[in-house]
Design a protein around this ligand. Structure first.
Ligand SMILES: [Fe+2]
Length: 674
């Protein structure tokens, strides 16, 4: 019997396909074997193998990478046994100038996150770019299929668990200063302090607290990618301090110092900003804020210039921008330590610390305003890693501990500072409203003639921030009457990443009276770079290159920077310092009467000469900033020219419309808010 093999057209096609597939597989096997063997000798080494503390650098060297590709990359891992796709960050090898030779080196300053690091080199190919596996900036995250080399572990040696991330805040009672820090274990510690480096005779006990992954509410905070052990957070209170006196303190190797709060100080000095974030020496899952380096650099310059005068910092929400990637909090606190270990660092809560889908207060009108901007943190790292005065707290409605540091106030010199939360209930009848009302009504204007209120989302902005329109409306309806009735001097807001100064405001218009019309400033320009666009006037001519400002907006700019507040018993001055040159670019002065004596549009933008005079006048009582008049004129002139050029460039790039550098609306609607 013969076996008949019939070759139908479909079986021929199937056979050919099988042969092709087989050949393809063999080819793939050959290529991968070739790639692997070609890189069999790739090595990566580190030096040194032990770092002492955060900020120390490691040199990572590699060699033997065959056929180098500009997609080859270095993964940074901690703990060192993390899965390949659980890196904390990465650098492309082409960051090294010699990468084409197959060898190179990258130096990275690293933060002690209480466990060892390791480094891995991967090959990533064009065909493996996954358009669905993206970071927050919509850039593809690198692929981990082909490991070429892995380093030894890098450790912080005996310093791995030692206290770091030191930051200060005023304490309510006993003229105290609270110091907060992070360590690797919960064993009780002590902070020694005194009026001389050699006289640290007082001791403050520090107890550790911590939070757990199960306290996180959503991804990425509660996932294995976002979560890392946050360590133990310690609070200690240095008590009974003499106002205006420098104290030294130590609970670790370095001795730090600060000036104790003087409630009767002649002069009050504050550095204020929102939305700063932090910089990381690597790319990670979320956008980080390189501009924060400049902001802190200039503030540190100012603090050093102050000598023995006290100052404070206000960071009014959107603090680290960790958004569920827990090690970014460590990076943030390591970065601010040079400032925050010298002056109290006060905060209020922003959407990026808090917003989560199940948040307990989410009225109908805010359903799409309060979203998931906290990356699942639901306020927990913010509540635990800071410890502000007062005892405000709200339950989270989840396993998470209550949200703290929501609203509080304190006096320094001639200023009463109030911090509020725009993320939790601020409506009439709520606990926060009652606190603000009681607080503003009880201010002793003899002692503190100036009242400064701070919160994250603005009551006023001319940016096209449509998502928050209802919040602004509710703030005007519920909170502004308290500000008006109690003669609030100044209201500071963040969230919009620009500097903008308003006229004294009342009910959406420039107030007719000085008293009861607070000056509003938006100061969210300290680091984060995404911006909503300015709101155009309906009758704006499309051919005009410069975007028009509504009349209540006195000054606004896209420059990064921060504000300085200086107040004595007669006058309060706020200046905007631009990061590009560290100079003052806008100033407003207010008297105790509420009268605003400078800062009109004519003062600021019309002529260079007028601006120079304004800056000179504003700084006349700030001796530590006085510089040569010529330098100031040059600075203002430079700022003016840069501003003009920038506006012109933006205008001309669009032809007919002012278009921001990044297409922010796309980002805005696809992703999240400021
Ligand atoms: Fe924000």
């Amino acid at each position: 019997m013969r076996t008949i093999i019939s070759l139908t057209p479909s079986s021929v096609v199937a056979s050919i396909a099988m042969v092709v597939n087989l050949s393809f597989l063999l080819l793939l096997l050959f290529v991968s074997t070739f790639v692997s063997s070609a890189n069999a000798k790739a090595t990566v080494s580190i030096s040194p193998k032990t770092l002492n503390r955060s900020g120390d650098s490691v040199a990572i060297k590699w060699s033997g990478v065959e056929s180098p590709s500009d997609l080859d990359w270095l993964g940074i891992y901690s703990p060192p046994n993390s899965p390949h796709d659980h890196f904390i960050g990465y650098k492309l090898l082409n960051a090294s100038s010699t990468w084409r030779s197959g060898s190179g080196s990258i130096s990275l300053p690293l933060t002690n996150i209480r466990s060892n690091y390791s480094f891995r080199i991967f090959r990533w190919t064009q065909s493996e770019i996954d358009p669905k596996h993206l970071d927050h900036d919509q850039n593809p995250l690198p692929g981990t299929k082909h490991l070429l080399a892995e380093s030894e572990e890098l450790s912080f040696g005996s310093g791995v668990g030692k206290p770091e991330q030191i930051h200060l805040a005023f304490e309510d009672k006993d003229n105290g200063m609270r110091v907060t820090f992070v360590a690797g274990d919960g064993e009780e510690r002590f902070v020694r302090y005194g009026e001389g480096k050699e006289r640290l005779g007082n001791s403050a006990p520090a107890r550790g607290v911590r939070y757990e992954r199960e306290h996180m509410c959503n991804a990425p905070a509660n996932t294995t990618i976002g979560w890392r052990d946050p360590g133990w957070i310690f609070y200690a209170v240095m008590k009974n301090l003499n106002g205006g006196v420098r104290y030294y303190y130590q609970g670790w190797s370095e001795i730090h110092s600060f000036i104790a709060r003087d409630v009767y100080a002649e002069e009050t000095i504050a550095f204020m900003f929102g939305d700063m974030g932090c910089a990381t020496p690597y790319t990670t899952f979320i956008r980080t804020q390189d501009e924060s380096i400049s902001t802190l650099k200039w503030i540190l310059r100012d603090i050093e210039a102050l000598g023995d005068k006290p100052a404070l910092v206000s960071h009014i929400g959107d603090i680290s921008y960790a958004r569920g990637y827990s090690w970014v909090w460590d990076e943030f606190f390591a970065q601010i330590e040079p400032v925050a270990s010298r002056v109290p660092y006060h905060v209020c809560i922003g959407n990026h610390e808090y917003d989560f889908p199940a948040q307990p207060w989410k009225p109908d009108w805010a359903a799409w305003t309060y979203g998931n901007d906290g990356g699942g943190e639901c306020g927990v790292p913010y509540s635990m890693r800071f410890n502000m005065p007062g005892n405000s707290s709200e339950p989270t409605g989840t396993k998470a501990p209550p949200t703290r540091n929501l609203y509080y106030s304190y006096d320094v010199g001639s200023v009463h500072f109030v911090y509020i939360s725009t993320e939790t209930n601020f409506l009439k009848g709520g606990r926060q409203y009652e606190f603000v009302k009681r607080d503003l009504e009880s201010v002793d204007r003899e002692n503190t003639p100036f009242v400064v209120v701070q919160g994250h989302r603005p009551m006023y902005t001319t940016s096209n921030e449509v998502r928050d329109a209802m919040i602004r409306q509710k703030m005007v309806e519920h909170l502004e009457p308290l500000f008006v009735e109690n003669d609030v001097t100044l209201a500071l807001w963040g969230h919009v990443h620009r500097y903008e100064r308003f006229c004294p405001m009342r009910n959406n218009t420039c107030g007719k009276l000085w008293r009861g019309s607070p000056v509003h400033l938006v100061i969210g320009m300290a680091g984060q770079d995404w911006q909503p666009i300015w709101e155009p006037r309906p009758n704006h001519h499309p051919g005009l290159p410069i975007f028009p400002q509504p009349e209540q907006s006195m000054y606004r700019t896209g420059e990064f920077g921060y504000t300085r507040l200086v107040a004595n018993k007669e006058k309060l001055t706020v200046s905007f310092v631009g990061n590009h040159d560290g100079e003052v670019h806008d100033t407003v002065e207010m008297l105790v009467s509420g009268e605003v004596i400078s800062g009109s549009k004519e003062d600021t933008v019309n002529t260079v000469a007028a601006s120079a005079t304004l800056v000179g006048k504003a700084e006349s009582n700030v001796s530590w900033y006085v510089k040569g008049a010529g330098l100031m004129v040059m600075g203002v002139l430079l700022g003016f020219i840069i501003g003009f050029f920038t506006k012109g460039k933006k205008g001309s790039s669009s032809g007919t419309r002012w278009i921001p550098v990044k297409n922010e609306e796309t980002w805005y609607w696809r992703s999240e808010s400021t």
